[in-house]
Design a binder for this molecule. Structure first.
Ligand SMILES: *Cc1c(COP(=O)(O)O)cnc(C)c1O
Length: 360
């Protein structure tokens, strides 16, 4: 037997060895405004009703591999067209992984604008695909000449469009995405992870574009702990992806909890509406701070730019004062000096703003 390090060097794919693991900070007791979670819990009466349902769950049995009840609730809640199919994933991260596993062949590329959701890039690497990014314009809109040029020259197997975009928070122009759909010979996945905070959607466009798929998740609306994402689209695409999906990827507790939560959607609708109004409030207050540029958002977070070369100091000072946000500013390019804060409860938002104005 080889020494352990030699075995690793020999067996683990070189491109995986070259990666560093995606690190998620331990929040401890900090005020957690880093991960786009809904800060609100459930009313006790609703939690009690859910617990009654969970008590009935047969956890000795495998879950329904098709999660039919949950899919019916999702179809209704998310207005998924009757003639479109649904595939569920253990978070939309898993859906990205399934799509890319199905498309992976030597020489194929994955495209997205940049900056955008980091998993498009990471999972492309995991699945042996080449990831290409087209930088956004300075105002965070899609750089259409360069996008169309990339579609033509790279002929990507799939293009991911986060709508609204993470981490910039904006919605791209609808007609730009329509143009991408029109000029793509590959799939276009519109990732609507933040749909609960913006009314815009391509769900009703599925029937008009054979290369369009729409992805959603329940994470950002208030069920991040469940890990449930969904893909809506033409049954011919989903039939292929479904061959790769592990049969019991949505566990029984998630199936019951998500169906129950969406049947009580008014509770979440009230929470997400409060988050949107607190977001708009925070945008105004951030914008008034010396040296801060805050960017308007259609999601449950705000991207802001700090004075030159101070993002990391601000991030660390906030952290030392018990407030955890996301530091994006180490990078060059559009996100230089930028940080991202998730909208929390009014008390959490006030603590963040007060702390920021003290340390800045
Ligand atoms: C958070 C996020 C996701 C991941 O959602 P999960 O369902 O929790 O895996 C997908 N896309 C974007 C743009 C996100 O910001």
């Amino acid at each position: 037997m080889l020494p352990l390090d030699n075995m690793l060097a020999k067996l683990i794919r070189p491109d995986i060895q070259a990666l560093s693991a995606y690190s998620i900070p331990q929040p401890g007791n900090m005020t957690k405004l880093d991960a786009m979670e809904n800060p609100y819990g459930w009313p006790q009466s609703l939690a009690d009703k859910l617990h009654d349902q969970l008590k009935q769950a047969h956890i000795n049995r495998y879950p329904d591999p098709e999660a039919r009840e949950l899919k019916d609730v999702l179809r209704n809640n998310m207005s998924i067209p009757d003639n479109m199919d649904i595939m569920l994933g253990n978070g939309s991260d898993e859906i990205i992984q399934i799509i890319l596993m199905a498309l992976s062949q030597t020489g194929r590329t994955v495209l997205s604008p940049s900056p955008s959701f980091v998993m498009y890039d990471m999972i492309s690497t995991f699945t042996g695909l080449q990831y290409k990014a087209v930088p956004l314009a300075d105002d965070f809109s899609l750089d259409m000449p360069n996008m169309l040029d990339a579609l033509k020259t790279l002929d990507p197997a799939v293009t991911f469009i986060s709508y609204p975009n993470n981490p910039t928070g904006n919605l791209f122009e609808r007609r730009d995405i329509e143009s991408i759909l029109h000029h793509s010979n590959g799939l276009v996945v519109v990732d609507e992870a933040y749909h609960a905070f913006s009314d815009a959607s391509f769900m009703q466009d599925l029937e008009n574009h054979d290369n369009l798929l729409v992805m959603r998740t329940v994470s950002k609306m208030g069920l991040a702990g469940l890990r449930l994402g969904l893909l809506a689209g033409h049954e011919k695409w989903l039939r292929e992806f479904n061959k790769i999906r592990l049969p019991y990827n949505i566990n029984i507790l998630t199936q019951i909890t998500a169906a129950f939560a969406l049947q009580n959607y008014d509770v979440f609708a009230a929470q997400t509406a409060a988050i949107c109004s607190d977001r708009d409030d925070m945008l105004v207050k951030l914008g008034k701070m010396d040296g801060i540029t805050a960017f308007p958002s259609n999601a449950n977070f705000i991207l802001f730019r700090a004075p030159a070369d101070s993002a990391t100091r601000i991030f660390n000072d906030l952290k030392n004062n018990g407030v955890l946000i996301k530091n994006l500013g180490a990078a060059q390019g559009l996100l230089k000096d930028c940080l991202r804060v998730t909208i929390g409860t009014p008390e959490e938002n006030r603590l963040f703003l007060d702390t920021l104005s003290e340390i800045i």
